[in-house]
Design a protein around this ligand. Structure first.
Ligand SMILES: [Zn+2]
Length: 198
């Protein structure tokens, strides 16, 4: 399922981030390769084992591409696929990241984050797990038995109930509100209307 045509700002948001990712990765890889070539040119008198030639250059290029793949999250192009399914299990999970904090006893603080964890039964019978940051209102919105759609590049799935009994969620930032609205009050992005998806 694709983002509806008239949600042009959301489509542009996803496209812009995709392009920045690809552009950033290409720039990163070309800088590393360019650096190796410049090194070779500046050290022409060195023996081969001290220059970036042959397998050393091949390894360097491979490492540049591999690091770019992770730094710019290129893997998201392969893993972040759109899907539609019914919520089988809606639960919570925790994750945390240690962050330096001079006020804490041992100098390290932990930023706890609560996530909503959904188990979806897709239309083709397969199951898929989705995990995203928990926000107020999600208890009502991602209810078991509800049909939801996840879009590529947008973290928060949309409830496909056309009457929106359980409110609306912004697919970009996850802000929940009770009533239908054309735009998100927090980030200003347009909200996807489930009616457009049926
Ligand atoms: Zn928003």
């Amino acid at each position: 399922m694709k983002i509806p045509k008239h949600n042009t700002d959301l489509r542009r948001h996803v496209l812009r981030r995709d392009l920045w990712r690809i552009f950033g990765c290409l720039l990163w890889v070309s800088m590393l390769i360019g650096g190796a070539i410049a090194y070779n040119n500046n050290h022409k008198t060195y023996p081969d084992y001290r220059r970036m030639v042959g397998w050393r250059m091949a390894l360097w290029v491979a490492l540049a591409m591999l690091s770019g793949f992770f730094i710019f999250r290129i893997w998201k192009f392969f893993t972040d696929r759109p899907c539609t399914g019914t919520v089988v299990v809606s639960g919570l999970s925790r994750s945390y990241t240690p962050s330096p904090d001079p006020g804490a006893m041992n100098g390290v603080d932990y930023d706890f984050r609560t996530n909503t964890a959904l188990r979806l039964r897709l239309d083709n019978g397969k199951h898929r797990r989705l995990r995203f940051e928990q926000k107020p209102g999600f208890y009502l919105y991602y209810h078991e038995g509800e049909r939801v759609a996840k879009f590529r590049g947008l973290p928060y799935p949309i409830n496909l109930d056309p009457d929106a009994k359980s409110g609306c969620v912004c697919s970009a930032c996850g802000t929940w509100r009770k009533e239908k609205a054309p735009h998100c009050e927090a980030c200003g992005m347009s909200l996807i209307d489930p009616k457009e998806l049926i």
